[in-house]
Ligand binder design. Structure first.
Ligand SMILES: [Zn+2]
Length: 164
């Protein structure tokens, strides 16, 4: 069986017994941005259930223009007010440069490599916090997930100042 045929066969079983979520609005008003890394089970790591959060994934779990596009909809159209950015240990984007990645892939792209998780998380949290169209956001947190222990390191937190 090919990989794709296997997916379609699995879906037959899933459709017969799936959990149903009524609305599109994440019930915990939460969006989680994390890496595409195959070792991260986002829902299990954070104790989330289907319907509770938006999950955005890309290489590194970095804040790109497309992440900002998604968060614009999450916040304005779907009620999200909290974002968690979850990078992880042993990430393929850590300890490598844009130049290395351009050479390896032949793609002339900005890959958002991670030199230091703490610095990268602070930079990304700051970018979300200062994006003018994301004003509905009240809180942003930055974590590093340890793929060996399964534990989170709580690295950075931002809360929108209360204006009177
Ligand atoms: Zn990664």
């Amino acid at each position: 069986m090919t990989e794709i045929a296997e997916l379609l066969a699995a879906n037959e079983h899933y459709a017969a017994s799936r959990a149903h979520v009524a609305g599109a609005r994440p019930s915990r008003r939460l969006a989680v941005l994390t890496c595409m890394d195959a070792r991260i089970d986002v829902f299990a790591v954070l104790g989330l259930q289907l319907g509770e959060a938006h999950v955005l994934r890309n290489a590194g779990g970095r804040v790109t223009d497309d992440v900002l596009r998604s968060l614009a909809l999450s916040t304005h159209a779907l009620g999200v007010d909290t974002v968690v950015i979850m990078q992880h240990t042993k990430c393929g984007l850590a300890g490598i440069t844009d130049e290395d990645l351009r050479r390896a892939t032949g793609a002339d792209l900005g890959f958002f490599p991670i030199d230091d998780h703490s610095a990268a998380l602070r930079e990304d949290v700051e970018l979300i916090a200062t994006t003018p169209f994301l004003t509905p956001l009240r809180m942003v947190g930055g974590f590093v997930y340890d793929v060996e222990s399964g534990r989170l390191d709580d690295v950075v937190r931002w809360e929108r100042p209360v204006t009177t």
